[in-house]
Design a protein around this ligand. Structure first.
Ligand code: HEC
Ligand code: HEC
Length: 400
């Protein structure tokens, strides 16, 4: 991934995961007898709102836009309750329990960017609730569509677009409108987000051709569309080789941007310990998305059936069992808590697309590589060089 010619790595690409099932299914169905909605009817009212809510779920907006309900500062060691909650937060696989219910979609989750040994920045997810002062309450639906497509806000700010914002430009008109309508329907939350600090000015994205309506059904076209415009499978399961994106071949140690994630309850790191830490195992670990082409038609795992891939995507159960033959739960960074809401058609069309991939050999370390408390070793694994004094300042706080 290049920006102004330089490579950068976003540390902690994936955020918190929330599966707010109750709210997700909150749309009101029209009274019986139900007619089959004509496309025009679906453009208005509840149909469009429900679609927007669905897209927001599989597009994982909340993963980045809802902060966790843990204090910014480490717990006071004498406060037993606080310490207990902190420990639970770090080890409980059910992340949704630890999201800040009072700040849903209200932003403020920091993402650290490392451009080089001497240059870093931080960008905070923004408040996307319709609060007038601190959110997007004054934006029209068209303003939201434009910001999603090009990164330009109604007041002329240019957003720093990183995945998945990098590909929202490809979203169909009706899907972008549905998302905008859904954002406008959220309860407004007052929460002011700090300004980002980047060592370069972000560039607006050019308008690209996009369909008026998305393809539908359990079809290859639907899967292609979802991966190009809404769902970020490729972001985590690909790496670059000679400047070319090798799609679905798995992350790579030499390509931190698509290769590294924090694990477990992926909280915005506290000021004292910014970095790629905060794992439920004591210490630091690095994890790469696997090579999905191995499930393709000529791959070594071509015998894995589509439903098993769907199970991995929606239930977070690894395709292969663990060393004792038990089902292995996938780390939450795989985002299955969101994908659990994916419709059968969407999940199966994506899994079928995976089964059609051509196998590209590329070894990816399976499972977390653990570094205990040695954050510098984890850093070296991610960036391929030891931390500079600048990195020590940004990532090393609280670790010395
Ligand atoms: C990987 C994290 C991530 C995900 C996932 C994500 N966003 Fe964002 N979003 C951000 C960040 C970071 C910014 C702020 C960029 C900046 O300030 O330059 C942002 C900015 C925005 C803005 C601009 C708001 C403003 O006031 O400027 C909107 C609107 C938005 N996101 C909507 C969405 C929607 C809708 C989704 C899901 C379909 C989504 N985002 C998914 C990280 C994310
Ligand atoms: C934010 C990063 C991320 C995104 C987005 C993501 N994955 Fe993953 N995925 C991972 C990681 C990391 C693992 C390995 C987790 C582990 O080993 O515990 C994984 C594991 C998997 C597995 C299990 C492979 C195995 O070896 O058992 C499948 C299948 C999979 N992902 C498919 C997908 C599909 C399809 C999508 C899009 C719908 C997707 N992933 C989106 C990061 C991601």
């Amino acid at each position: 991934m290049a920006h102004n010619g330089s490579r950068y790595a976003v540390v902690g690409l994936s955020g918190l995961l929330a599966m707010m099932v109750a709210l997700l299914s909150g749309s009101v169905q029209t009274s019986t007898p139900r007619q089959v909605a004509a496309p025009e009817q679906e453009q208005q009212g509840d149909g469009l709102l429900a679609r927007g809510r669905y897209l927001a779920t599989i597009g994982v907006c909340e993963a980045c836009h809802t902060p966790p309900a843990v204090p910014e500062t480490p717990p006071d060691p004498s406060d037993v309750e606080q310490v207990k909650r902190e420990r639970e937060f770090r080890t409980d696989p059910d992340w949704k329990k630890y999201l800040d219910e009072t700040r849903r979609n209200a932003g403020g989750v920091p993402f650290i960017l490392r451009l080089s040994a001497t240059s870093s920045g931080v960008v905070y997810s923004r408040n996307i609730t319709p609060d007038l002062e601190t959110g997007i309450g004054s934006w029209s639906e068209d303003d939201i569509v434009r910001a999603l497509r090009t990164g330009v806000t109604p007041d002329g700010r240019v957003l720093f677009l990183f995945a998945p914002h990098t590909f929202f430009a490809n979203m169909a008109d009706s899907d972008a409108k549905a998302l905008a309508k859904y954002l406008k329907s959220l309860p407004p939350v007052r929460h002011r987000v700090p300004d980002r600090e980047l060592p370069f000015p972000p560039q607006p994205a050019p308008e690209v051709p996009h369909p008026k309506d998305p393809p539908r059904g359990r079809t290859p076209e639907r899967a292609e569309y979802l991966l190009a415009a809404v769902v970020g499978c490729k972001e985590c399961h690909s790496h670059h080789e000679n400047g070319q994106l090798q799609e679905f071949t798995g992350g790579d140690p030499k390509d931190a941007f698509v290769g590294v994630f924090r694990l477990g309850p992926d909280l915005p790191l506290r000021a004292q310990e910014r970095g790629f830490a905060a794992f439920p195992y004591p210490g630091y670990a690095v994890l790469y998305g696997g090579n999905l082409t191995r499930f393709g038609k000529d791959g070594p795992n071509s015998d894995v059936p589509v439903p098993r891939l769907v199970r991995a995507i929606r239930q977070g159960i690894a395709v292969e069992p663990d060393e004792y033959g038990r089902p292995r739960p996938l780390e939450h960074v795989m985002l299955w808590q969101f994908y659990a809401q994916m419709s059968d058609d969407d999940a199966y069309s994506i899994a079928q697309l995976v089964k059609r991939l051509r196998y590209v050999p590329h070894d990816v370390h399976k499972g977390p590589i653990r570094f205990g408390e040695d954050w510098r070793a984890a850093f070296q694994q991610v960036f391929g060089e030891p931390p500079s004094p600048n990195d020590e300042r940004i990532f090393g706080k609280g670790n010395r």
